[in-house]
Design a protein around this ligand. Structure first.
Ligand SMILES: [Zn+2]
Length: 299
């Protein structure tokens, strides 16, 4: 597994090779969440629009909380500077109009309009992002207008009954209007945004994804009530998550700023079986902290 950090001002992005794909991102609860799969030309949430995601054409916005969505206007405006076409924001239908209005306000402030497609969708409404790739939104458990997104590869395969036929014979069948291929869906990534446990964990486009990206905001045993109140995952939910999600790779995001990475890893080790623990990558590993100087002793 590769591990590297891009340092840009105060920001940094973790970079991980997971299966065949590179997943990059930064996700700290309440601060910033942006996760991207550059090879698929998809970004999940936009955070504060770090440089690394500006060239990506599709942003799937999971919900409107500022730590996930603040960079929308900056993302759309910066694309002009790098010669990219208008970006596309895929978001719950109810949030499309407020985002359009936000871009209108920015046009008033800046004196010019940053083009972009704000595409409002409902759960289950597929969006094609490449000839062989689609994004399928699904409902998560984080209040109104919150969505997760699966990126699904679509392949067409010759039906078994026709595999022995010659090329000209297949052409003949096609001419007669016979459907000789069937459609196969391969879920590549399922990004669940902010969410508590929910029915989506059993959705085939989520639980069968090659990579599932799931939050875990709380690791402290005393914070279970806070997790339930805010509709977030607690590490205590993870044995169930790992049972319902069949993905060989599960990427964990959205740790709180106060969670020490070493503690988070230890708690994961204690909470999960060895086999489940081996499927998990915590995306947000932080650079070593500088020692605090002259900090007053706690009272
Ligand atoms: Zn969040």
């Amino acid at each position: 597994m590769n591990r590297a950090y891009c340092v840009r001002m105060q920001s940094w992005m973790a970079k991980k090779k997971i299966g065949d794909l590179q997943v990059i991102g930064r996700s700290v609860a309440g601060v910033e969440t942006v996760v991207a799969a550059p090879e698929l030309n998809v970004c999940f949430d936009v955070g504060r629009a770090p440089t690394e995601i500006i060239s990506i054409d599709n942003v799937c916005l999971s919900h409107g909380h500022m730590d996930h969505s603040a960079g929308i206007a900056y993302y759309l405006s910066q694309r002009g500077f790098i010669g990219a076409g208008p970006g596309r924001i895929i978001v719950a239908r109810e949030l499309a109009q407020p985002i359009q209005a936000l871009m209108g306000t920015w046009a008033d402030i800046e004196g010019h309009h940053s083009p972009g497609e704000i595409l409002g969708v409902d759960a289950g409404e597929d969006v094609s992002i490449r000839r062989d790739l689609l994004v399928r939104p699904f409902t998560v458990n984080h209040g109104a207008f919150a969505l997760g997104f699966s990126v699904i590869e679509v392949r067409r395969k010759l039906k078994a009954e026709y595999t022995d036929l010659s090329g000209p014979q297949l052409v003949e069948l096609k001419k007669k209007g016979i459907q000789i291929q069937h459609r196969i869906e391969i879920p590549l990534i399922a990004y669940c945004g902010d969410t508590a446990l929910g029915a989506f964990l059993d959705d085939p486009s989520v639980c069968n994804a090659k990579i599932a990206i799931i939050e875990c905001t709380f690791f402290d045993q005393e914070h279970i009530t806070r997790a339930r109140a805010g509709r977030h995952m607690h590490v205590r939910d993870f044995p169930e998550v790992m049972e319902r999600i069949k993905s060989p790779d599960v990427v964990v995001t959205h740790l709180s700023q106060r969670t020490d990475m070493r503690v988070a890893r230890r708690v994961m080790d204690d909470t999960l079986s060895e086999a489940d623990r081996a499927r998990i990558t915590i995306l947000m590993e932080r650079p070593p902290r500088k020692p605090r100087s002259a900090a007053p002793p706690p009272k």
